[in-house]
Design a protein around this ligand. Structure first.
Ligand code: K7E
Ligand code: CUA
Length: 660
């Protein structure tokens, strides 16, 4: 009863705060913050570079946006899980396979947690991984090209939320299901879920050289909701920690251990030990259907392969590899400090935050200091694993990041603040309001042994009066803090695209000198690539017309095409012959139901057009590429179906390649 009362109390506080958006929101702005001194700290002079990259998730936009810090300037939106007509992602024939799933072509996704690949416990700037929550997937984005190179679907999962967090040598990326579901899926009464539904926790392996992902194994965990996760590091490398919530199953657990019923669990998973079990034959291959989509940088084309089975392991097969750590209450974030010693449960509905000790955990396992089990998984006694509680830190803790000086920084959604505290001593050092209802926060190099002690970005759900109004929907926003001193200093507000759930950041040096500037034409192995204008051509195959076209400042070859008929399906395979940095061309065709193409130097891309009316129809370059950009245009003549106008094509009245 007492527990229920407490929950109701906390929930009603939550409701009150949500309605009034109280606390700091009632105070107007923070005008003093932008004194000259502070403005200088975020001022990046024209032509200068920012010192850090920030990759901020787009949430329901499905994408990942790239910002500079400290300026907060938006550089690019990388399309990942959603179609993007600006870049033709998910529209061009080459990129459509990236969005294939076991449910067919899915044009949208919900991206949450980006994480940068790591080597020796530090971010290495090679790839960003990011999860998709709705149709469970994980994507890998190249930090050379800033393009999505791979997407793998996660079977037996539903709401891939505790993902895509990376271990300290990028051995694995994890995916924990947010929703417990029948595993494998089947038709069954929902009311019988208890004990019947399961929670898939999936480990994706990452190829050391190319980053390619594969499902190494999938744990069929009890049917809790696996909300967030972080890897062990340093001394706890080899372990992964997942927060869980789910009231229904918590009620079931009351039978297992009645004294723990106001706590959920952090699941501690020893993946190194599970690797050994797998090497010795643990697990069963189970039928499953999931898409694995891979971009090929030689052919400039993605392929989608439907995979058919997955290695499933039940916890009973791997004794000594999985434990539950009781954690107050309905924890959201599950965070591990840079030393790997402290595991923090951000209990949304708890008055105090749980800090567990890895050293104590190991001792407790050795001593078998257990408090029963949940579905066969030992529950470690709370006092045997708990380092201590951070008392009264704020209301509604969600996420914690760290610096290298022993401090944690936690966001409080309800009291709208970031709180700095000493992780070992469990003392609050500083608190600073944010505007408003903060979710995640990010310190560049977070989720590693070597976070950067300079900046902190708070990602806020509500903006209210912070910016010029834009109708009922106000943009979401991020706030930049300087954390180099004892007190946090608010430096800057900047708007974000979509909902910023989480972000990953690193020093610009790690990335900026490795960036791809062009694609070498000589290396282009696209089936319809042309290396010179002489190779361009137009071919009819039944009712398909394939145009192998080139583009270079400032014309298309060919630029006049005849012999196309109503009812044809016309493929524009277009190669950008430029070999200079930053000279893309675009191409758009009147009435095409796809999008324009934006084609980088040396690359070949395809769109389709199905002309519905006879006439002479123009196409043009969509990217202002030279002083003669407006002249970069051409025509396609469309004749009636069955017409005897032959296929012909020219540039300046000549067939391309002849006497040009
Ligand atoms: Cu927004 Cu990490 Cu999906 Cu918390 S989650 S806020
Ligand atoms: Cu090419 Cu504009």
């Amino acid at each position: 009863m007492k527990t229920i009362f407490k929950s109701v109390f906390v929930l009603s506080i939550l409701a009150t705060f949500l309605i009034s958006c109280g606390g700091p929101s009632s105070k107007k702005g923070n005008k003093g913050a932008l004194s000259g001194n502070v403005a200088e700290k975020v001022y990046v002079a024209p032509g200068e570079h920012d010192s850090h990259y920030a990759f901020i998730s787009g949430g329901f936009s499905g994408q990942l946006a790239v910002y500079g810090l400290p300026s907060g300037r938006l550089f690019r939106v990388i399309p990942v899980f959603s179609q993007d007509p600006e870049k033709a992602y998910g529209y061009s024939e080459e990129t459509k396979p990236m969005l294939n799933t076991s449910h067919g072509f899915v044009p949208w996704g919900d991206s949450h947690h980006p994480d940068i690949s790591q080597t020796n416990g530090s971010v290495d700037g090679r790839w960003v991984f990011i999860n998709e929550n709705n149709t469970p997937r994980v994507a890998r984005i190249s930090l050379k090209t800033f393009e999505t190179e791979e997407i793998i679907e996660i079977p037996n999962s539903a709401g891939n939320h505790s993902s895509a967090f990376v271990t300290e040598n990028s051995e694995y990326i994890v995916c924990g299901t947010r929703f417990a579901v029948p595993f494998p899926q089947r038709d069954m009464p929902i009311k019988d879920m208890k004990g019947e539904f399961k929670g898939a926790v999936t480990f994706l392996s990452v190829d050391k050289d190319h980053g390619n992902m594969d499902i190494a194994f999938q744990l069929r965990m009890p049917g809790f909701n696996y909300d967030l996760a972080h890897p062990g590091r340093g001394k706890s490398h080899g372990w992964f920690f997942f927060s869980t919530y789910n009231t229904e199953e918590a009620n079931t657990l009351m039978e297992v251990n009645a004294s723990q019923n106001d706590k959920d669990f952090i699941a501690a998973i020893n993946w190194k030990k599970i690797e050994e079990y797998v090497a010795n034959g643990a697990g069963k291959k189970m039928p499953a259907k999931y898409a694995h989509n891979l971009w090929d940088d030689d052919t400039h084309t993605a392929t989608s392969t439907m995979k058919k089975e997955v290695l499933v392991i039940d916890p009973s097969e791997v004794p000594g590899a999985i434990y539950f750590l009781p954690t107050a209450k309905s924890p959201h974030g599950c965070d591990v400090d840079p030393t790997g010693e402290y595991i923090i449960g951000n209990g949304k509905l708890a008055a105090a935050m749980t800090v567990h000790s890895f050293t104590k955990m190991q001792k407790a396992i050795e001593d078998k200091a257990f408090d029963g089990d949940a579905y066969g998984i030992p529950i470690i006694q709370f006092d045997a694993v708990n380092h201590g509680m951070l008392q009264q830190p704020g209301l509604g803790p969600l996420h914690t990041e760290f610096d290298t000086r022993g401090n944690g920084y936690t966001t409080f959604f309800i009291s709208s603040e970031v709180v700095k505290w000493n992780v070992k001593d469990l003392t609050v050092i500083d608190r600073h309001p944010v505007y408003y209802s903060v979710g995640h926060l990010m310190i560049p190099g977070g989720n590693s042994r070597t976070p950067d002690d300079k900046y902190l970005v708070a990602m806020n759900k509500i903006t209210k009066d912070r910016y010029l109004p834009t109708g009922p929907e106000v943009c979401q926003s991020a706030q930049l803090f300087d954390i180099s001193g004892e007190k946090m200093e608010l430096l800057l507000d900047f708007p974000t695209i979509g909902e910023p759930h989480y972000a990953a950041g690193c020093a610009a040096e790690l990335i900026k000198d490795n960036t791809t500037k062009i694609y070498r034409l000589d290396d282009n192995k696209h089936k319809y690539a042309v290396k010179t204008e002489a190779e361009t051509k137009v071919e009819r195959i039944g009712n398909e017309v394939h145009i192998s076209m080139s583009m270079i400042r400032s014309h298309f070859a060919p630029d006049n095409i005849e012999g196309v008929q109503v009812g044809d399906k016309v493929f524009f395979h277009v190669t950008n012959l430029e070999q200079d940095y930053d000279v893309p061309h675009g191409i758009a065709m009147i009435g095409a139901n796809t999008s324009e193409l934006l084609i980088m130097p040396g690359r070949t891309t395809t769109f389709t057009w199905e002309p519905k009316e006879v006439g002479v129809w123009p196409f043009y370059c969509t990217d202002f590429c030279s002083a003669l950009h407006q002249e970069m245009q051409g025509y396609v003549r469309v004749s009636p179906k069955g017409s005897n106008v032959p296929i012909s094509y020219t540039l300046d009245d000549e067939i391309p390649g002849e006497e040009l």
